[in-house]
Every structure is written in C-alpha cells, then in structure tokens.
Design a binder for this molecule. Structure first.
Ligand SMILES: N[C@@H](CCC(=O)N[C@@H](CS)C(=O)NCC(=O)O)C(=O)O
Length: 211
C-alpha cells in the first residue's frame, strides 16, 4: 500500500489515534495539516472532502477518502491484519471495543473544540466554567475506564490494541487541560508505558508538530 495521506492536526486527539495506528502497522504516510486554530476544517475545499468538518480523514492508496478515526483504524485492521490491534476472540474483541467506544463516543465528543467554542461563544461560559465542564465529563469517563482496564501495561491483553490507541491521546488531552489524574493510577501507569513505545512516541503531538 502506498500514498496514504492523512488530513491531520498535531494536537487533534482523533488524528493522534490514527497516527499511532499507522505507526503500529508500520505504514508510511504523508501528513496534510489542517490547522484547526485557523478553522481550516471549515474551508470549502476540506468540507467537500469531509462534510463533517473534522479531522482526521485518510486517503487510501486507491484514492478513497475515509473519515472517522475509529472507522479508519478498523479499516486498517481489516486490510493489514498484522500486527493485530484487536484480540482474536469475539468476547475479547467486544471488551476492547467497549473501551474504544467509552473514549471515542462518550468522553471525547464532550471536549471537542467545537463544543468548547459553543460553551464560550454561544452560552457565555468563562474559561473557569468551561474547564469545570471539561473536568466533570473527563472524571466521569475516566472513573469507569479505570475499572474497565484489565492490564498493567496495556488496557487489555499482552500488546497494544485499539483501546490503547484511544487512551493515550485522551490522557494527553486531559493533561493539557489540567485534569487531576490522581484518581486513575492504572490509566496513568498504562499511559506512561505506552508513551515509551516508538509507535506512540512518534505519533505524539510534540513529535509531529510543524508550526
Ligand atoms: N468522532 C470523530 C471526532 C473527530 C474530531 O472531533 N476531531 C476534532 C479534533 S480532535 C476536530 O476536527 N475538531 C474541529 C472542530 O471541532 O471544529 C473521529 O473519531 O474522527
């Protein structure tokens, strides 16, 4: 497979997930930065590609454009099965997907840029109230996830899975917004381990930032 192109933003949690997945699969790709701070995600040419106006999006080697980070990761998993990012058994796969969805469907959407902007620009929240909102939803999500993870080095099983790919960017985001992580020692320990792995380290915002 050649010429994978990732519509990317260095600090986007969802794009960070896909960068980790591409690295774990050992795939080269070209990063096409979409500057969220300049609203490049809302520019007409990008909206034509992704009507949701969100990053990431990935152009496949065959020129197909894929959107939604988890759909992209599942596509990667199905087209390049090695190394696997999901366990072999259906029950175990469901466990991992449950953690993936807890982060990608229940936690992350509440701290997305457009949500934060709506709170401030349309509802008039100040910075402190916005952070209170943020901390509330992250705390609720992380408290449950802390109980769900089964490993000490990985969220589940003996190697990195889609759950780990979702955890690390969400923890990065939480640190960025001064979340108190003391109540989640297992999540912290897993993240510290994962962040040392080359595929995760090379995908980190500070490793890819171009501006
Ligand atoms: N569910 C989507 C979420 C994508 C998403 O929320 N991307 C954020 C960056 S992490 C974004 O593009 N935000 C732009 C905005 O809110 O205007 C996915 O997993 O791909």
């Amino acid at each position: 497979m050649t010429d994978l192109q990732l519509y990317d933003y260095w600090r986007s949690s969802a794009a960070f997930r896909v960068r980790i997945g591409l690295n774990l699969k050992g795939l080269e790709y070209t990063s096409l930065p979409i500057d969220l701070m300049r609203d490049a995600q809302s520019a007409a040419d990008y909206l034509q590609r992704n009507p949701q106006g969100l990053v990431p999006a990935l152009t496949t080697g065959e020129g197909q454009l894929l959107t939604q980070s988890i759909a992209i990761l599942e596509w990667l998993e199905e087209t390049i099965p090695e190394p696997p990012l999901l366990p072999a058994g259906p029950l175990e796969r469901a466990r991992v997907r449950s953690m993936v969805q807890a982060i990608a469907c229940d936690i992350h959407p509440l701290n997305n840029l457009r949500v934060q902007r709506y709170l401030v620009d349309s509802l008039g929240l100040d910075e402190e109230a916005k952070l209170t909102w943020y901390h509330h939803w992250i705390a609720l999500g992380f408290a449950a996830l802390e109980q769900q993870v089964t490993g000490e080095l990985y969220c589940f099983g003996p190697g990195p899975t889609l759950a780990d790919i979702c955890l690390v960017p969400q923890m990065y985001n939480a640190r960025r917004f001064q979340q108190d992580l003391a109540p989640y020692p297992r999540l912290v320990a897993i993240t510290e381990h994962l962040e040392q792995l080359p595929a995760f380290a090379a995908a980190a915002p500070e490793a890819v930032v171009t501006a």
